[in-house]
Design a protein around this ligand. Structure first.
Ligand code: NAD
Ligand code: TDX
Length: 332
């Protein structure tokens, strides 16, 4: 696989994956990205000249997608509308990008016989009780809660159907919550870090007891590359790093790292339909493909992430006030 097309390659995880490919392989990489509010053009521009070509366009536009897919050996599909809170305000772009976009790419890879990897989320499985001893596995039934997670679930089902009905050479992965550099300040961890840097208090939805299973974005990128190279066609792999924490614990750790009292946060209006707990069992990926996470010390990963946001204020500052104004309208 020498020529790889990465959709959403200017986003938080996509840009990390592109950087990973540039650093660790000699592949020629193209990025197809619409450059929405969530894109990090800077992350792509910072890569060595000549290694990555950026095509600005929509994954749901067959006229753009088809000739581009024809020029590549593999497509890795990260492009999505990715934020649950936004999907509750306006589901329409979620249906367009996550469903119509994935359909459009599948039709192109079907036509050209191109290898396809679909990047998805553990949210397709719904949520778990706090005391449930089970975690999500590849055979957990789909039960999504939000417009975001239901469009991601729909996109996964399209990929599975295109494998079975049309013989498309696809693999899928469903990953837990990512953290790391270049994550948009609308998301939980960057929002709280930049709130503290800005003299605002962190905001926890509800009682702050919802649990997420955290993984560093570099571990996610390495897992996707492993599946792209060694995964079995038609198979789904869950990606997770045993990083379960409730939101209150995460905020307390951020406050401690940043030298603030650990109770200096506010409880705010809960997210409608808020999933209680996600937890991933990644045994299949570990035993069949030999992947292991490297960022296993969550506190150390958070310290590095706090340092990154402290050092990159010029990147997040222009987005911060409008994001906070939107949250304030929702009482969050
Ligand atoms: P992000 O919102 O940071 O980035 C999405 C990227 O897709 C942006 O660069 C945006 O410009 C681009 N994009 C959006 N609509 C497009 C369109 N119609 N055509 C072309 N490009 C378009 O998202 P992220 O957090 O990096 O997530 C990337 C993928 O990983 C998504 O598929 C998401 O569902 C999945 N995922 C994310 C997480 C997480 O914790 N963030 C966890 C598991 C899975
Ligand atoms: O200000 C906040 N306060 C708060 O308590 C925000 C923004 C969030 N939260 C809570 C909601 C969740 O329980 O923190 C948790 C994480 O929230 P998000 O960062 O919005 O992530 P989540 O909804 O869990 O979804 C993320 O992980 C799975 C990504 O955004 C998805 O793209 C991915 O599929």
């Amino acid at each position: 696989m020498h020529k790889i097309l990465v959709t959403g390659g200017a986003g938080f995880i996509g840009s990390n994956f592109v950087e990973h490919l540039v650093r660790e392989t000699d592949a020629s990489v193209s990025v197809l990205d619409k450059l929405t509010y969530a894109a990090n053009r800077e992350a792509i521009d910072a890569l060595p000249e000549g290694r990555v070509r950026l095509v600005v366009g929509d994954v749901a536009d067959a006229g753009t997608v088809d000739p581009l897919v024809a020029e590549h050996d593999a497509v890795v599909h990260f492009a999505a509308e990715s934020h649950n809170d936004n999907s509750l305000n306006d589901p329409s772009p979620f249906v367009h990008t996550n469903l119509v976009g994935t359909f459009t790419l599948l039709e192109a890879v079907r036509r050209h016989g191109t290898r396809f990897h679909h990047v998805s989320t553990d949210e397709v499985y719904g949520d778990l009780a706090l005391d449930d001893p089970e975690r999500f596995t590849e055979s957990t039934p789909y039960n999504p809660s939000s417009p975001y997670s239901s469009t991601k679930a729909g996109s996964d089902l399209l990929v599975r159907a295109w494998v079975r009905s049309f013989g498309v050479a696809a693999t899928l992965s469903n990953c837990s919550n990512n953290y790391g550099p270049y994550q948009h300040v609308e998301k939980f961890i960057p929002r709280q870090i930049t709130n503290v840097l800005d003299g605002r208090r962190p905001k926890l939805y509800g009682q702050g007891l919802n649990v997420r299973d955290w993984i560093h974005t570099e571990d996610h990128s390495r897992a996707v590359r492993t599946i792209l190279e060694d995964g079995k066609i038609g198979e789904t792999y869950l990606i997770g790093a045993d990083g379960e924490k409730n939101n209150r614990e995460v905020v307390e750790t951020i406050l401690e790292i940043m030298g603030q009292p650990t109770d200096a946060y506010d409880l705010v209006t809960d997210r409608p339909g808020h999933d209680l707990r996600y937890a991933i069992d990644s045994t299949k990926l570990r035993t069949e493909l030999g992947w292991e996470p490297r960022f296993t010390d969550f506190r150390a990963g958070l310290e590095a992430t706090v340092a990154w946001y402290r050092d990159h204020e010029e990147w997040w500052r222009p987005m911060k006030d409008s994001v906070e104004a939107r949250y304030a309208e929702a009482g969050q």
